[in-house]
Design a protein around this ligand. Structure first.
Ligand SMILES: [Zn+2]
Length: 429
């Protein structure tokens, strides 16, 4: 996908916001239709059926009818895709779209271009034998820095060109978030080729160090500065004090949104650069398997049984989510398909990567790891990354009780055991 910042004129902006409203309305109708479905009922209407219903609805509702039919139909197409996504990429059901939060619409290209098969021969329609004409987005490069795209009802809308050439796309999506418009041309870039060096790298993701690599590098995801965070709080405070519905309140919230968007931009940028670097330089990238959703679950509890340290947990959750762990894994997977592994790795941070001994006491502090068994000294994150790089076979699960193998569980009393000679520990391979 290639994404560019759009700069519409005020009139175009107004029209595009209307497109957003129509698309959201149609999408939410589809969500509602499908939410009424339950077992035993006739199946909820599919894309073709919904398109017929849309035509009907456009005739009845003047507001809907005045909008662009293609934009509304594409919202249904998006919905159908999202409905399929649980089978193709394994995400949940499509959910409601909210005003000011999920603003966007898809536009299908109006240009017609002949389609070709993979071997270069023209693609023919199976029934008629005619050349198949595919859709293409109408884009124009203005100069080195600017290009423009045709958006229905808006004419040419300019966008800032940040890569040498325009990609060929059949559709594009326009989004509006935090006061900024973006265009995302729907193209899937080719995966990055493996360097062929046979290098395997382990990535240990943490809060203090975002990604510790098994070759000793420590990469940090840029965060907001202390000053920027103070600014956010200042604007939030001012917004809270401004009278309800006032222009001042909206303006203060817009400033908050702008600063928060900066944080997201920085995180995304870092994730993209890091994942490209990993895909280019390593043949195999191993991540430890994390369940971020469970890790960042709230500690709030219920009203009857309130949780403990709720504020602290909320702070930690924010810190975890600010690291972009999930995005880094996801983007690396996109760029190096088949070359990324998730290693279910219990005790990666407690296991000695030199002798395999698992011991809670080896982890002296956040940063230091000194093996109580063999005396191996290492940075704790690097040690964990080494364990991840060793892969699934590298880390056996410790037994519940200390048996003849001399493995102690990482929890409970057993970690108070005396250091044992190296040779009774888990062999490295
Ligand atoms: Zn050791």
């Amino acid at each position: 996908m290639s994404r560019f910042r759009m700069y519409p004129t005020p009139q175009q902006e107004e029209q595009m916001l209307l497109h957003c409203a129509h698309a959201r309305y149609v999408w939410n109708l589809a969500v509602e239709q499908h939410s009424h479905w339950h077992k035993g009922r006739k199946s909820a209407p599919g894309f073709a059926e919904q398109c017929k219903q849309l035509t009907e609805a456009r005739r009845v509702s003047q507001w809907l009818g005045s909008g662009n039919a293609d934009v509304q139909q594409q919202a249904l197409k998006d919905f159908a895709k999202a409905k399929q996504a649980r089978f193709t990429i394994g995400v949940g059901e499509p959910t409601w779209r909210k005003k000011h939060v999920h603003e966007g619409f898809r536009v299908i290209g109006t240009d017609r271009v002949p389609e070709f098969e993979a071997d270069g021969s023209p693609k023919l329609n199976a029934k008629t034998g005619k050349q198949v004409m595919g859709r293409s987005v109408v884009v124009q490069k203005l100069n080195r820095r600017w290009a423009q795209v045709k958006v229905p009802g808006c004419g040419w809308v300019r966008f800032r060109l940040t890569r040498p050439e325009l990609p060929q796309a059949k559709t594009f999506r326009v989004t509006f978030r935090g006061g900024r418009w973006h265009i995302a041309l729907a193209v899937v870039p080719d995966p990055i080729a493996a360097p062929g060096t046979g290098e395997v790298i382990g990535v240990d993701r943490g809060v203090t160090i975002t990604a510790a690599l098994s070759d000793g590098r420590k990469l940090n995801c840029p965060q907001l500065t202390v000053k920027e965070r103070a600014q956010i709080r200042k604007h939030q405070r001012r917004a809270a004090r401004a009278p309800k519905g006032s222009e001042r309140k909206a303006a203060e919230y817009a400033r908050v949104a702008k600063l928060k968007a900066r944080e997201v931009d920085r995180r995304k940028d870092w994730c993209e650069k890091t994942s490209t670097m990993l895909a280019r330089t390593c043949d195999l990238v191993r991540f430890e398997k994390l369940n971020i959703k469970n890790m960042t679950a709230s500690a709030k509890g219920t009203a009857e049984q309130p949780g403990k340290k709720v504020r602290q947990k909320a702070g930690l959750n924010r810190a975890i989510l600010a690291q972009g762990w999930g995005l880094l894994r996801q983007r690396t997977g996109h760029k190096a398909p088949g070359r990324v592994e998730d290693v279910p790795a219990p005790y990666t941070s407690l296991r000695c990567s030199a002798c395999g001994w698992i011991e809670k006491k080896s982890r002296k502090s956040q940063a230091d790891f000194i093996c109580v068994s063999c005396g191996f000294t290492c940075n704790a994150d690097e040690n964990a990354a080494n364990n991840v790089a060793a892969g699934q076979g590298g880390i056996p699960r410790p037994r519940r009780s200390a048996g003849a193998g001399g493995v102690t569980a990482a929890t409970g009393r057993s970690s108070a055991r005396e250091p044992q000679p190296t040779w009774v520990g888990i062999p490295f391979f």
